[in-house]
Design a protein around this ligand. Structure first.
Ligand code: KE4
Length: 418
């Protein structure tokens, strides 16, 4: 009870000064009920609440921390960097180094520009695509999230590819008139939308694996078809790899599926847990950017030496370790274990996963969520969000998690059977 009261009181205090008490809605626990836990320390696969309780973390700052929390080499590099100053507002060789690492890791990226968030990366990539093609419309897919730029906060109409409708207050209908929403994985409807709007279609933007509506894999051939349509109708194909970049493989989802976009958006992992985004691609497109070109894009702290240092250390570590096969095996073991327990106790649970990311959906999600939380297992607080493993999630973490799952599902088993 004390833990609950503490969470409640911390939120009440925060709400005095911050709308909703949090700086990003998805942290609010609105999707799972109850009060968000306030944390104050994190190391490895664990983080620690103000209540003193330890949790195995599968949210990992929404996928950013593939090396886990407070990874020693990242911390060491930051300690050294921070003593040299936090921001110069001028170029540093560190930015060149991170850009080189990204270009070497992702063949489709010939040049890359850093931003402070994934939202900014996506906004910039879309602006660039519109300038490059001289066309205005973009196609996104329902269920995908590409940050909170006005014209991307849209929901699809009734299943068909429709002109986007704002799905938030504050966005004039006019702002979304160039955004078309198509059903993910539905080639027939996509082709019809592309044909209908081809004269004014600048870009198709896609999360190559949807990670904001649960984990939804692309159907066989879907990504390849996007590439063919983009080539046929002079459309810029943008892969939003803010989550999948350096997550599915060192070359991201495009490396994993072997499909090449024209532009790629990155974030999260490339900043090692500090604020960052990036967009990059073909030189012939990137050269349109100011100051050489006439597509304006900017950011006070873009490429700041501290976030870039964490990113460089993280990518160098991933390049050296190449942990992807081990990460995939650990995730497979965890997801198989959860499925087994769900079958054993007759609990309705759907697990989707790829590489080291997974989603768990259930008609009992809130009960599953809070049951696991009580056992010290922290999932992303929404069944539409993805969960992640890091290189430092150990066997012991997986075993403890599956023990917690067994306990929670055995208790729910009865209620599940009604
Ligand atoms: P940011 O602006 O939050 O750095 O990135 C936006 C973004 C762009 N593209 C994709 C595919 C994304 O998933 C995101 C942000 N992801 C969410 C979690 N699914 C961030 C969590 C939050 O909003 O607090």
């Amino acid at each position: 009870m004390a833990v609950l009261n503490l969470a409640k009181n911390l939120l009440i205090e925060a709400k005095k000064y911050i709308p909703g008490g949090i700086n990003s809605p998805v942290r609010s626990f609105k999707a799972v009920g109850g009060y968000p836990i306030f944390f104050n320390k994190a190391v490895g696969s664990k983080f620690y609440g103000e209540c003193g309780r330890e949790f195995i973390d599968y949210c990992l700052s929404w996928g950013a921390l593939i090396l886990g929390h407070a990874y020693p080499k990242v911390i060491d590099s930051l300690e050294k960097a921070i003593k040299k100053g936090t921001s110069f507002g001028a170029p540093t060789i560190l930015e060149t180094e991170l850009a080189k690492l990204i270009v070497e890791a992702v063949p489709s990226i010939e040049q890359v520009r850093l931003t402070n968030s994934g939202t900014e990366a996506v906004m910039s990539a879309v602006r660039l695509a519109r300038a490059y093609t001289g066309k205005n419309k973009i196609i996104k897919f329902d269920g995908s999230y590409h940050g909170h730029a006005d014209y991307l906060l849209v929901k699809g109409g009734s299943g068909q590819a429709t002109l986007g409708i704002p799905d938030t207050k504050g966005v004039p209908r006019d702002f979304t008139k160039h955004t078309i929403v198509a059903p993910f994985n539905d080639m027939k409807k996509l082709k019809a939308a592309v044909k209908e709007h081809q004269k004014d279609l600048a870009a198709i933007i896609v999360e190559p694996v949807e990670a904001n509506y649960g984990v939804i894999l692309p159907k066989q051939g879907f990504l390849e078809s996007l590439r063919q349509l983009a080539d046929k109708y002079n459309i810029v194909l943008i892969f939003d790899e803010v989550i999948t970049g350096f997550r599915l493989s060192y070359g991201g989802a495009q490396g994993y599926f072997n499909v090449t976009p024209d532009l790629t958006c990155l974030g999260k992992i490339i900043g090692g847990g500090l604020p960052i985004g990036a967009f990059g691609g073909k030189r012939e497109i990137m050269r349109l950017l100011a100051p050489e070109g006439d597509v304006y894009q900017a950011g006070t702290l873009s490429g700041n030496p501290i976030a870039v240092t964490a990113g460089i250390t993280t990518l160098k570590e991933l390049k050296k370790m190449n942990p992807y096969e081990v990460l995939q095996k650990k995730t497979q073991e965890l997801c198989d274990g959860i499925r087994l327990n769900a079958q054993k106790y007759g609990v309705d649970v759907k697990i989707n996963h790829i590489a080291s990311m997974f989603s768990l959906s259930s008609n009992l999600f809130k009960k599953v969520y809070h049951g696991l939380l009580k056992e010290g297992v922290y999932l992303s607080p929404s069944e539409f969000e993805s969960n992640f493993l890091s290189t430092v999630h150990a066997r012991d973490d997986i075993e403890k998690t599956l023990k917690a799952v067994d306990k929670v599902f055995s208790a729910l088993g009865g209620s599940a059977s009604g």
